[in-house]
Design a protein. Structure first.
Length: 590
């Protein structure tokens, strides 16, 4: 039996054939779609574009119109799909490529941005001024993607190429300022950002970035005024609320800071960084339970909840008779800080497996055995367990408050084999032995804020009757130049291979002076006397306005009184250390 098309199908085909022969109809529909997009009548705009695609499925202009309408409706995934099809059909259209790349930016698909921008047409019939404008845009979009990929050098080159093509455009200047901020050159960012704002005073990004730059320079009150300017331009510009909240927190205006941060996430509910900013404000203020809850919005925790639900432990389920996996997730110092919870979880009746960074294994393995915990290094096969949780989620799961922080005793010590290995490593001189750490991992995002130039610590190193012990396994060139002036400093840290080595030497010191690094946590966990030098805006765990730590009873905190200014910290350390040396000498004489 032969199948014949129905009358309806034949009629449809005839209609489409007639319309296909009338080019003006499709052009009119697309023009009307563009008008509806401008009017923000986006359902109509999408319907009109789809009507053209029903007639001409491979009409690039129709796919483009559909993509523009979806983008205006804040539907970036649908917009990217339509624009990808348009670019595939018309690869010479620069405007389409740029719109697709900007859509990938919204989706944080930065590799796709670079791929889209890497195949620019070699020859174009577009007039030179228009081509220069579009190439400028292309370079700027590429620069933004490179910034997001933490390649500020390449980003700066892209923005500068854009500025060279169109000196009257604000976007390359804005991008240059953003790249300089990423370099840590906040002062250098001010001029291009001011110029970008002068050229385009209706764009909230430039005043927002100016506020960021001024905040990095410690001018927080002035920064707040620029964030307010951004919000006067666009009261729904979420970044200005976020960064104003951070600036107000530094100014100790906690209530106002939280109001701004909550407005930012009202506008962008899934913005992880805002939740973390809010967590930082709450935790620094000692509002731990609220802070832990907000901190659970960090990417690693949300990912673990997603892949292990319902097995992700949040404290609600009893652990007796269950197996649970505790996983390190951030820096070495974070693991040293929160590994204290492992024996507590084991004491709840759980069979505990602990996953930690490999450099910590020699130090933690003997302790894990004593705690009844199985320990494995990251990268090794992980056993199946009933439950899983990240180490930094344990305070939330355990409901930790200021008065219930498990800090009543030291919980780490040197493994016996390492104690024997380093027993005679430090010579006996009768002087006070003081370890020192001036910098940490240079790849850490906020390293510039926590690191103190060793040259600034010269007044401390000049104190007499001290045997100085350098605890850093890596010494920066600028530090080596200073240490060359003090040949008596013992550079033993450069021989360390793991944290058990570090622990064995810490055990022999009378005092450790360090910036906020893993050594600070190791010394605190061992109950060793440790002085920690903190920037004006410290990590949340050190809280505010106190010189002790509820996490480590043996810690004393020395805080910057002004952003980026270590002079008062150094002066305070010199005074306190002079007193301690005098007391040590008196005890020896006695």
């Amino acid at each position: 039996m032969t199948d014949f098309p129905s009358a309806e199908t034949a009629a449809e085909a005839a209609c489409l054939a007639t319309l296909a022969q009338s080019g003006d109809v499709c052009e009119a529909l697309l023009a009307l779609s563009a008008i509806r997009t401008e009017q923000h009548r986006l359902v109509d705009a999408v319907a009109l574009a789809r009507a053209v695609l029903a007639i001409h499925p491979d009409f690039a202009g129709a796919h483009a119109a559909l993509g523009y309408a979806h983008a205006a409706a804040a539907e970036p995934l649908a917009a990217a799909e339509a624009l990808q099809r348009a670019v595939a059909l018309d690869p010479q259209d620069m405007r389409l490529r740029i719109k697709l790349a900007r859509t990938w930016l919204v989706l944080n698909r930065h590799a796709e941005v670079l791929e889209t921008m890497s195949a620019l047409p070699a020859v174009s019939p577009i007039p030179l001024p228009q081509m220069a404008q579009w190439l400028t845009e292309a370079y700027c979009v590429r620069g933004r993607a490179l910034l997001a990929l933490r390649q500020p050098v390449e980003a700066l080159k892209a923005f500068d190429l854009g500025a060279g093509l169109d000196s009257g455009s604000s976007e390359p200047l804005l991008g240059r300022g953003m790249a300089l901020l990423a370099f840590g050159r906040a002062a250098g960012a001010l001029q291009p950002l001011h110029r970008a704002f002068e050229i385009n005073p209706n764009d909230p990004e430039a005043p927002n970035e100016l506020g960021l730059a001024l905040g990095r320079l410690g001018q927080y009150a002035e920064a707040v005024r620029w964030f307010e300017t951004a919000l006067q331009i666009d009261r729904h510009f979420a970044p200005a609320y976020r960064y104003m909240g951070s600036a107000l927190a530094v100014l100790r205006l906690e209530k106002e800071a939280l109001t701004c941060l909550r407005e930012a996430r009202r506008i962008r509910p899934e913005w992880e960084e805002v939740w973390l900013d809010e967590a930082g404000v709450l935790l620094r203020a000692g509002r731990l339970q609220e802070g832990w809850k907000a901190y659970e919005w960090r990417e690693s925790a949300r990912y673990m909840m997603k892949i292990s639900a319902p097995a992700y432990w949040t404290g609600d389920e009893r652990l007796e008779g269950k197996s649970i996996l505790l996983s390190a997730e951030q820096g070495l110092g974070d693991t040293l800080h929160f590994v204290r919870y492992a024996p507590l979880i084991a004491a709840m009746g759980a069979q505990v497996t602990l996953v930690v960074q490999r450099p910590l294994m020699p130090l933690l393995e003997p302790h894990a055995s004593a705690w009844g915990v199985t320990i494995i290094a990251q990268g090794e096969p992980i056993p199946f367990t009933d439950l899983q949780v990240l180490l930094l989620s344990l305070p939330y799961a355990c409901g930790t408050r200021l008065d219930t922080i498990p800090a009543h005793t030291r919980y780490l010590s040197t493994p016996e084999a390492y104690r024997d290995k380093w027993r005679d490593a430090l010579p006996q001189s009768g002087k006070m032995r003081v370890g020192i750490v001036a910098s940490g991992n240079p790849h850490y995002r906020d390293d510039a804020y926590r690191t103190i130039g060793l040259q600034q610590l010269v007044p401390v190193l000049d104190l007499a009757a001290i045997d100085w012990v350098w605890l850093q396994p890596q010494t920066r060139e600028s530090e080596r130049e200073v240490l060359a002036q003090y040949p008596g400093v013992n550079l033993i840290g450069e021989t360390f291979t793991d944290f058990a080595d570090t622990a064995a030497v810490l055990e022999q010191l009378d005092l450790i002076i360090t910036v906020d690094t893993a050594v600070a946590h190791l010394a605190g966990a061992m109950g060793r006397p440790v002085w920690i030098l903190l920037p004006f805006v410290p990590d949340w765990r050190w809280m505010l306005d106190r010189d002790d730590s509820p996490w480590y009873p043996s810690v004393r905190l020395f805080r910057q009184r002004r952003p980026h200014d270590w002079s008062d910290v150094v002066q305070d350390v010199v005074g306190a250390l002079s007193e301690r040396v005098a007391g040590y000498a008196a005890s020896i004489d006695a």
